[in-house]
Design a protein around this ligand. Sequence first.
Ligand SMILES: CC(=O)SCCNC(=O)CCNC(=O)[C@H](O)C(C)(C)COP(=O)(O)OP(=O)(O)OC[C@H]1O[C@@H](n2cnc3c(N)ncnc32)[C@H](O)[C@@H]1OP(=O)(O)O
Ligand SMILES: O=C([O-])CC(=O)C(=O)O
Length: 394
Amino acid sequence: MNDECTPVINTGLRGVDVASSKICDVKGREGKLIYRGYRIEDLAENATFEEVCYLLLHERLPDEQALAAFDNRLKQKRPIPESIVTLLKTLPRSMTPMDMLQAATPLLIQADENAGKQTPADAQNSAEYLISGLSTLIAAWDRVRNGRTPLAPDTSLGHAANFLYMLTGEPPDPETAAFFDAGLVLHAEHSFNASTFTARQVASTKAHIYAAVAAAIGSLSGPLHGGANVRVMEMLKEIGTPENINAYIDNILDSGGLIMGLGHAVYQTDDPRALILAPMSQRMGEIIGDTRWYELTKELEIRGKQAFKKRKDRDIFCNVDFYSASLFYAMGIPMDLFTPVFALSRVSGWCAHVIEEQFAKAAPKPTLYRPGATYVGDYCGPDECRFVGIEERK
Ligand SMILES: CC(=O)SCCNC(=O)CCNC(=O)[C@H](O)C(C)(C)COP(=O)(O)OP(=O)(O)OC[C@H]1O[C@@H](n2cnc3c(N)ncnc32)[C@H](O)[C@@H]1OP(=O)(O)O
Ligand SMILES: O=C([O-])CC(=O)C(=O)O
């Protein structure tokens, strides 16, 4: 590639469209996020996570009958095979929940009678197993690692409330359940972000949907991506009180570090999800009678943006992970489950993308992703190296 001319490397593929997609539009300059034609603000306020999953997977919002049938299928798929729980009990309790999730997700395939048959209907069915299964898996792991017995899912509860019930043993109050549900809606989809691109890349090899989702979980775990939400909370804890903010920011920026939850590869303004999550975090703090972490986040936003502008002479904005951290914390979710919670929502988007990658009649037609790389190895000057036997090597 670029044999004769100066190499042109699209670092991080920024600004390069690698496919066409009907699932999601992220308008970076305007700060707009659209799932299959619908604005995120409308969905977060009016739609349940189940409706959004249906929208992503079936390209339209469900009517009452379709939603009831979908909801019923998701509920039937909530229990995970006993063999997985047995396996979870053998894992070291110190294993991170994201590592557990990446390892255990492909095991959900054993309940899926049609897995790997590679028709659109089978992939939709597998998507339901994955959406329901991840929730049960994460809650089960948290209980197992704390020496408690996993709880059976409660079919009288919706997806969001059931997760919180399986985690804590108590059905959440309606406002907390509604906020958690909206949180899941907000995290469900974001076009070709790193983890979704990972899922699509795996899907482009015609590997099955469980393989694609497991790979995507690994990608999401990174601190520059979904793993940022737990780092935001760690950062807030380290700062502790508002008087420490300036010193913290100076130290981070002087050492070339990152203020977690700020900056985005696409948005050039505040992430619309952060604008919705901030008041949710404040309200959740009020419900539990402790708005300290919300207030610290707000102050950090103001001072972090100012300090960044002063140093770099350009603006930086909040991403989705900035306010979700204090929101999830106020809900009592253990910090290291923040990124798994992101995954339990984003699995819906990943599945929609895998299905689009493998079955949509898009133009241009999806094909195996196989980018190039500019070779810069200069081990033996301009020539290839002469192979030497091991006895001659120094
Ligand atoms: C769900 C999600 O994945 S949302 C993103 C979650 N990730 C985070 O919150 C981690 C912190 N943020 C970041 O690392 C980055 O902003 C990214 C990776 C999200 C986006 O990166 P980009 O927009 O491509 O910014 P890029 O990495 O090119 O950085 C541009 C400049 O801003 C700086 N910068 C970007 N974000 C931050 C930040 N949060 N804190 C301090 N400096 C930052 C970079 O160091 C770089 O400085 P330089 O030009 O002097 O080298
Ligand atoms: O789009 C991105 O690059 C990251 C992001 O915000 C997401 O995945 O939700």
